[in-house]
Structure formats: structure tokens, C-alpha cells
Ligand binder design. Structure first.
Ligand SMILES: [Mn+2]
Length: 292
């Protein structure tokens, strides 16, 4: 879907990833892949915006409920859910599904949020009313009840079990929430200073010591627009080609990954599907593709 974004096009992200043969890349690694198809979502042309502070709230809530059920079911059956999108409001559904599974299984959930933006706005702080800026907030119980209650009326995520990586565009209200809730965050400045290796070592040491299920939500706009231009909200100064792959390679090396989501692939802003090709290759790296 692209209902949660201000710009059109990320609803075509899953098609672009399929065309980039994400399935074939994973089969090459030895996985059995089952494509569950798309979740049926209306296009904005036939919808009306009822609340400008929470644009397309009923439709996004409905899509996220469906997604949450699917993700939970896949985890319950012992499989690995890979969710392709789509604007990042989808994470409300993905995280609700993962959290519901963890709750039933008695597992503590940790989330690595790789993104140029912190996506932790609430309707009062959001400059746009676009729900793709709100999924982290919803997952820690902040903001519209319709969104915090997706997948059940419980807090999906402990804010201290989140690590954000790649930030470079954070709204004033978001800064306050990140500080108050003591959310771990590595900005691009931190990555420049420490290097991506240290950032990942620290992230995984931290999450592996305090959680039993690690989920990664990867927004393609975390990557520099010169590497991937076909993203939802391009912001200069992002991860390099190798930094992005290194993040994924580290996750695979540590066997740290239990579920995954790729968001904000936008073919409209892309050139010859390069962004989706890059994203599909990143998924392969996360799931074990190695150079040697
Ligand atoms: Mn995002």
C-alpha cells in the first residue's frame, strides 16, 4: 500500500521486488519460498480522507490487522515471515503479528529499525498526518488507539528493546519521545564516528542479551539516494552500498534474525528497478548470502 505515505508509488514495491527475483535469490540459498501474494488494499483514488491528522486511518488499520494475522500465523507454524512493502505504516501490522506470536510463546521481542527517519510521530507531533511516520509510536502504545490496538489491545514493544540505525531526519516531537522513552538510536553521525561494525556489534550484543526474538524493519530510505533512488522519502547522507550489506551480513553471521520486513521501495522514483534489485540483494545477504 502507499496510503500511509505523502508520495505515491510504494504500493508497487512488492511487484518490483518480485520482478527483481527475490524468490529466486532465496531459493539459490537453499530456502523453500512460498509467496502468499498481496494483501488486498484499496487505492487512494477511490477513498476519502476522513481525518487529515491520520490520513486513511480506517483502511490502514484494516490492512495492518490482516497483515498481523498473517505474520503471526507464519511464525506460529515455524516459518520465517518476510514482509514486502509498501509504505512503512505496514510495520504496525508486521510488529503486531510478531509481538502477538512472541507474547504467546513467552519470548521477549527486540526490533532493529533501520531508517533515515525515526517514524515515532503521534498525531499531535506529525507535521503531515501521514501514518508511515507513526509505526514505532503505535508499537510502543502511543498515538491513535485504532493503531495501538492492531492485533490486540496490548503494548507490542518495550521501547528499550528497540535500536534505531541510520537516522538523519527526525522531527522535534520525535526527538523528545526518543529521549523520554530511552530508545537506543544510532544516527548517521554515530555511524561516521564509530563505524558500522561497532554499531552492529553493540546493537546485537545489546539485543541478544535482553530479547529472544529479533525482528528487523528495513526502510530502503536508510540507504543513500545515490545507491537507491527508488525509495519513499529520499534523504541525502545515508548508508553506503557496503554499509547496508554489512548490516545484513552481520545479522546472518550471528544467526540473529527471526523475522524481517522491507519497506518503502518506490519504483516510480527508480531507474531500471535498481532500488528493488538492491533491496532484494540485501535480503539475500540478511538470509545468508556470503561473498566467499
Ligand atoms: Mn520509515
Amino acid at each position: 500500500m502507499d496510503l500511509g505515505a505523502g508520495r505515491r508509488g510504494v504500493d508497487m514495491g512488492p511487484s518490483a521486488l518480485r520482478i527483481a527475483d527475490i524468490e529466486g535469490r532465496l531459493k539459490t540459498l537453499g530456502y523453500k519460498v512460498e509467496d502468499e501474494g498481496d494483501i488486498k488494499i484499496q487505492v487512494p483514488e477511490v477513498l476519502k480522507i476522513k481525518n487529515p491528522r491520520l490520513r486513511y486511518l480506517p483502511e490502514i488499520t484494516d490492512a495492518c490487522e490482516k497483515l498481523a494475522r498473517k505474520v503471526k500465523k507464519i511464525l506460529k507454524s515455524g516459518d520465517f515471515p518476510l514482509v514486502l512493502g509498501g509504505d512503512h505504516s505496514m510495520a504496525i501490522g508486521t510488529l503486531a503479528g510478531v509481538a502477538g506470536y512472541c507474547r504467546d510463546a513467552g519470548k521477549r521481542l527486540g526490533v532493529i529499525w533501520i531508517d533515515a527517519h525515526s517514524d515515532i510521530n503521534i498525531p499531535d507531533t506529525s507535521p503531515t498526518g501521514n501514518i508511515h511516520g507513526m509505526p514505532v509510536a503505535a508499537s510502543i502504545g502511543l498515538g491513535a488507539k485504532e493503531l495501538t490496538r492492531v492485533g490486540g489491545d496490548f503494548q507490542k514493544l518495550d521501547p528499550t528493546n528497540i535500536v534505531m540505525i541510520g537516522l538523519r531526519s527526525v522531527d522535534e516531537g520525535e526527538r523528545k519521545i526518543i529521549r523520554e522513552r530511552e530508545i537506543r538510536a544510532y544516527t548517521m553521525t554515530d555511524i561516521d564516528r564509530k563505524g558500522i561494525n561497532t554499531v552492529m556489534e553493540e546493537t546485537l550484543d545489546y539485543l541478544q542479551s535482553r530479547t529472544d526474538h529479533i525482528h528487523i524493519s528495513f526502510d530502503l530510505d536508510s540507504v543513500d539516494p545515490t545507491v537507491a533512488s527508488g525509495v519513499g522519502t529520499p534523504v541525502p547522507g545515508g548508508l553506503t552500498w557496503r554499509e547496508a550489506h554489512f548490516v545484513m551480513e552481520m545479522l546472518a553471521e550471528r544467526g540473529a534474525l527471526d523475522s524481517m520486513e522491507i519497506a518503502e521501495v518506490n519504483p516510480i522514483l527508480d531507474n531500471l528497478n535498481k532500488g528493488a534489485e538492491f533491496a532484494a540483494d540485501l535480503v539475500a545477504s540478511a538470509l545468508g548470502k556470503r561473498i566467499l
